[in-house]
Write a protein that binds this ligand. Structure first.
Ligand SMILES: [Zn+2]
Length: 179
Protein backbone atom coordinates (compact mmCIF):
# COMPACT_ATOMS: atom_id res chain seq x y z
CA UNK A 1 0.00 0.00 0.00
CA UNK A 2 2.17 2.76 -1.20
CA UNK A 3 0.74 6.21 -1.20
CA UNK A 4 1.66 7.59 -4.57
CA UNK A 5 3.08 11.02 -5.00
CA UNK A 6 3.99 11.50 -1.38
CA UNK A 7 7.65 10.62 -1.50
CA UNK A 8 9.42 12.09 1.48
CA UNK A 9 11.16 15.15 0.23
CA UNK A 10 12.58 18.17 1.93
CA UNK A 11 12.83 18.79 5.61
CA UNK A 12 10.41 17.42 8.13
CA UNK A 13 8.80 20.19 10.16
CA UNK A 14 10.02 20.32 13.71
CA UNK A 15 13.32 18.66 12.99
CA UNK A 16 16.27 20.96 13.38
CA UNK A 17 19.01 20.25 10.95
CA UNK A 18 22.61 21.05 11.79
CA UNK A 19 23.18 22.57 8.38
CA UNK A 20 20.43 24.23 6.45
CA UNK A 21 21.37 22.96 3.05
CA UNK A 22 18.48 21.93 0.92
CA UNK A 23 19.05 20.21 -2.33
CA UNK A 24 17.07 20.79 -5.44
CA UNK A 25 15.35 17.77 -6.91
CA UNK A 26 15.80 19.07 -10.44
CA UNK A 27 19.49 19.93 -10.61
CA UNK A 28 20.59 18.26 -7.35
CA UNK A 29 22.48 21.36 -6.29
CA UNK A 30 21.90 23.18 -3.03
CA UNK A 31 18.92 25.34 -3.84
CA UNK A 32 20.97 28.51 -3.39
CA UNK A 33 22.79 27.55 -6.57
CA UNK A 34 19.76 26.79 -8.71
CA UNK A 35 19.85 30.23 -10.25
CA UNK A 36 23.19 29.39 -11.83
CA UNK A 37 21.77 26.28 -13.38
CA UNK A 38 20.66 26.61 -17.00
CA UNK A 39 17.30 25.05 -16.20
CA UNK A 40 16.50 27.43 -13.41
CA UNK A 41 12.90 27.61 -14.55
CA UNK A 42 12.49 23.89 -14.03
CA UNK A 43 14.22 24.18 -10.67
CA UNK A 44 11.74 26.82 -9.68
CA UNK A 45 8.88 24.56 -10.64
CA UNK A 46 10.35 21.78 -8.56
CA UNK A 47 10.87 24.09 -5.63
CA UNK A 48 7.40 25.48 -5.83
CA UNK A 49 6.00 21.98 -5.66
CA UNK A 50 8.31 20.45 -3.08
CA UNK A 51 9.64 23.26 -0.95
CA UNK A 52 7.07 26.02 -1.24
CA UNK A 53 8.48 27.88 1.75
CA UNK A 54 11.97 27.96 0.25
CA UNK A 55 10.53 28.86 -3.10
CA UNK A 56 8.82 31.88 -1.61
CA UNK A 57 12.02 32.89 0.09
CA UNK A 58 14.06 32.61 -3.09
CA UNK A 59 11.54 34.64 -5.01
CA UNK A 60 11.50 37.36 -2.44
CA UNK A 61 15.27 37.46 -2.26
CA UNK A 62 15.51 37.53 -6.01
CA UNK A 63 13.38 40.63 -6.08
CA UNK A 64 15.38 42.33 -3.39
CA UNK A 65 18.60 41.19 -4.97
CA UNK A 66 19.09 44.25 -7.14
CA UNK A 67 19.47 46.60 -4.20
CA UNK A 68 22.80 46.42 -2.44
CA UNK A 69 21.58 47.30 0.99
CA UNK A 70 19.42 44.28 1.61
CA UNK A 71 22.46 42.07 1.26
CA UNK A 72 23.56 42.16 4.87
CA UNK A 73 20.11 41.50 6.22
CA UNK A 74 19.69 38.51 4.02
CA UNK A 75 22.88 36.99 5.27
CA UNK A 76 21.78 37.26 8.82
CA UNK A 77 18.38 35.82 8.06
CA UNK A 78 19.79 32.77 6.43
CA UNK A 79 22.01 31.78 9.29
CA UNK A 80 24.02 29.17 7.44
CA UNK A 81 27.22 30.81 6.38
CA UNK A 82 28.84 27.91 4.61
CA UNK A 83 27.19 28.41 1.26
CA UNK A 84 27.69 32.11 1.15
CA UNK A 85 31.33 31.73 1.87
CA UNK A 86 31.73 29.49 -1.13
CA UNK A 87 30.60 32.35 -3.35
CA UNK A 88 33.29 34.67 -2.03
CA UNK A 89 36.52 34.27 -3.90
CA UNK A 90 39.02 36.01 -1.74
CA UNK A 91 39.59 35.09 1.82
CA UNK A 92 41.18 37.44 4.25
CA UNK A 93 40.98 41.18 4.55
CA UNK A 94 41.14 43.21 1.40
CA UNK A 95 43.21 46.32 1.74
CA UNK A 96 45.61 48.42 -0.24
CA UNK A 97 48.59 49.97 1.43
CA UNK A 98 50.35 52.88 -0.21
CA UNK A 99 53.65 54.28 0.88
CA UNK A 100 56.41 56.46 -0.44
CA UNK A 101 60.06 55.61 -0.29
CA UNK A 102 63.02 57.80 -1.12
CA UNK A 103 64.97 57.14 -4.27
CA UNK A 104 68.22 59.01 -4.44
CA UNK A 105 68.33 62.48 -3.02
CA UNK A 106 65.37 64.14 -4.64
CA UNK A 107 63.17 61.48 -6.05
CA UNK A 108 60.88 58.98 -4.48
CA UNK A 109 58.99 55.88 -5.46
CA UNK A 110 55.49 54.77 -4.61
CA UNK A 111 54.92 51.34 -3.15
CA UNK A 112 51.54 49.66 -3.58
CA UNK A 113 50.80 46.58 -1.55
CA UNK A 114 47.57 44.65 -1.39
CA UNK A 115 46.34 44.64 -4.98
CA UNK A 116 46.47 40.89 -4.93
CA UNK A 117 43.93 40.80 -2.11
CA UNK A 118 41.46 42.11 -4.67
CA UNK A 119 42.37 39.43 -7.14
CA UNK A 120 44.12 41.91 -9.38
CA UNK A 121 46.83 40.66 -11.69
CA UNK A 122 49.96 42.45 -10.56
CA UNK A 123 51.70 42.35 -13.91
CA UNK A 124 48.75 43.92 -15.65
CA UNK A 125 48.37 46.49 -12.91
CA UNK A 126 52.02 47.38 -13.14
CA UNK A 127 51.74 47.84 -16.87
CA UNK A 128 48.70 50.00 -16.38
CA UNK A 129 50.54 52.26 -13.93
CA UNK A 130 53.51 52.58 -16.25
CA UNK A 131 51.22 53.80 -19.02
CA UNK A 132 49.09 55.94 -16.78
CA UNK A 133 51.99 57.77 -15.15
CA UNK A 134 54.46 57.37 -18.03
CA UNK A 135 57.11 56.08 -15.73
CA UNK A 136 58.73 52.88 -14.63
CA UNK A 137 56.68 50.40 -12.70
CA UNK A 138 57.51 46.90 -11.65
CA UNK A 139 56.27 44.01 -9.59
CA UNK A 140 58.70 43.76 -6.70
CA UNK A 141 57.13 41.20 -4.44
CA UNK A 142 54.35 38.71 -4.03
CA UNK A 143 51.90 41.54 -3.59
CA UNK A 144 53.91 44.65 -4.17
CA UNK A 145 54.38 47.06 -7.03
CA UNK A 146 56.84 49.92 -7.07
CA UNK A 147 56.19 52.90 -9.28
CA UNK A 148 59.10 55.17 -10.08
CA UNK A 149 57.68 58.46 -9.01
CA UNK A 150 55.60 60.01 -6.29
CA UNK A 151 52.08 59.20 -7.42
CA UNK A 152 50.57 58.23 -4.09
CA UNK A 153 47.97 60.98 -4.04
CA UNK A 154 46.83 60.21 -7.55
CA UNK A 155 46.41 56.57 -6.68
CA UNK A 156 43.66 57.34 -4.20
CA UNK A 157 41.57 58.44 -7.17
CA UNK A 158 42.92 56.14 -9.81
CA UNK A 159 42.66 52.83 -7.99
CA UNK A 160 38.90 52.97 -7.30
CA UNK A 161 38.36 54.35 -10.78
CA UNK A 162 40.19 51.52 -12.48
CA UNK A 163 39.07 48.74 -10.10
CA UNK A 164 35.65 49.57 -8.66
CA UNK A 165 36.10 46.84 -6.03
CA UNK A 166 38.66 49.03 -4.34
CA UNK A 167 36.83 51.43 -2.15
CA UNK A 168 38.73 54.53 -1.18
CA UNK A 169 38.25 53.55 2.45
CA UNK A 170 40.20 50.38 1.84
CA UNK A 171 43.29 52.29 0.82
CA UNK A 172 45.65 53.00 3.64
CA UNK A 173 48.30 55.66 3.50
CA UNK A 174 51.41 54.46 5.25
CA UNK A 175 53.23 57.68 4.55
CA UNK A 176 56.97 57.69 3.98
CA UNK A 177 58.70 54.39 4.52
CA UNK A 178 62.31 53.49 4.22
CA UNK A 179 62.88 50.41 2.19
ZN1 LIG B 1 17.83 23.34 -9.09
Amino acid sequence: MASDGSLPSGPIPGVSYPIHVRYCGNCSMPIEYCEYYPEYEKCKMWLEKNLPAEFDKLLREGEEGAGGEGEEKKRQKRGGKGLLKAKKKNEGPRAIKLSRAPRGKKKSVTVIAGLHTFGIDLKEASKYFATKFSCGSSVTGEDEIVIQGDVKDELFDILPEKWPDIDEDLIEDLGDQKR
